[in-house]
Design a protein around this ligand. Structure first.
Ligand SMILES: Cc1cc2nc3c(=O)[nH]c(=O)nc-3n(C[C@H](O)[C@H](O)[C@H](O)COP(=O)(O)O)c2cc1C
Length: 255
């Protein structure tokens, strides 16, 4: 089984490739119903890196759903692996995951995918060319990951980037505290056409359409799916994103 979380589609894209290569099933982490008790075969976790760590959805899934299942398992534990998609570098995201799990994963991989983070100065979406290159590399990386999983190889193929400790253990807590919030989302009423796409694309059901405008419900995953999905760039995160690009995975795949 492959459990995944994805805000803007990259991790789902990777998870689907991996599931095809391994003949595995996919299950969303954001699913509200509890998991079954079946943990046969390898268990994969596929998700994006947020602020050099794991998204809050992944943390919740791991601690509330996966850990109790693993703890209750009488027989040998299944092969456990993580595939983390990131735009640039992942710091010690694997260690953050392992802390939440209370155990080590057997294998861990990072896959470079188009960057969707736009909320700070200097951060923007990748150019079309950069996206194309990343998708080309993904085509090679996923079969390699699948081969490692099939052979149950205990490997770590990770792009930690420079200063991983500082990023994960100093910057990440600040990032989570001040920037993983929906309170800065603003809608430009002159651009919003009340299509409801932001609400439909939110992977955690955090957006309700009230009086024809989106209202965030304070349980945001911070994934920016709403920002990127808006067809008229009517949604912004404060003032910082007004001049930033939007990412649409479908455009990248099919162009
Ligand atoms: C809130 C947020 C934080 C991010 N932090 C990082 C990061 O620390 N390092 C990185 O390389 N990419 C980072 N990214 C980029 C994503 O990890 C990357 O684009 C990922 O593939 C998105 O996956 P998804 O489309 O499945 O949501 C961040 C994106 C978001 C939305």
């Amino acid at each position: 089984m492959i459990y995944y979380f994805s805000g803007t589609g990259n991790s789902l894209y990777v998870a689907r490739h991996l599931a095809d290569a391994l003949g595995e099933k996919l299950c969303p982490m954001a699913l509200s119903r509890p998991l079954g008790t079946d943990l046969e075969g390898p268990v994969g976790l596929v998700f994006p890196v947020y602020g050099w760590g794991i998204p809050n959805v992944v943390e919740k899934f791991v601690s509330k759903q996966l850990v109790p299942l693993l703890d209750g398992k009488q027989e040998e534990l299944p092969f456990l692996y993580a595939v983390m998609t990131c735009g640039d570098d992942m710091g010690y995201t694997d260690r953050v995951l392992e802390k939440a799990l209370g155990r080590q994963v057997d294998a861990a991989f990072s896959v470079l995918m188009p960057d969707v983070y736009v909320c700070l100065p200097g951060f923007d979406v990748d150019s079309k060319e950069e996206c194309r290159e990343k998708f080309e590399k993904e085509k090679v990386a996923v079969p390699e990951i699948a081969a490692c999983v099939k052979e149950q190889r205990r490997v770590r193929l990770l792009k930690r980037g420079p200063f991983p400790w500082t990023k994960t253990y100093i910057l990440r807590p600040l990032f989570n505290r001040f920037l993983v919030t929906d309170k800065y989302f603003k809608v430009d009423a002159s651009k919003c056409i009340s299509c409801g796409r932001c609400s439909k694309m939110c992977p955690v059901g955090n957006i309700l359409i009230e009086n024809d405008v989106p209202r965030w419900q304070s349980h945001c995953a911070g994934c920016l799916a709403c920002y990127h999905a808006c067809p008229y760039h009517a949604i912004n995160f404060g003032k910082m994103t007004q001049t930033k690009g939007q990412y649409n995975i479908m455009e990248q795949i099919y162009e």
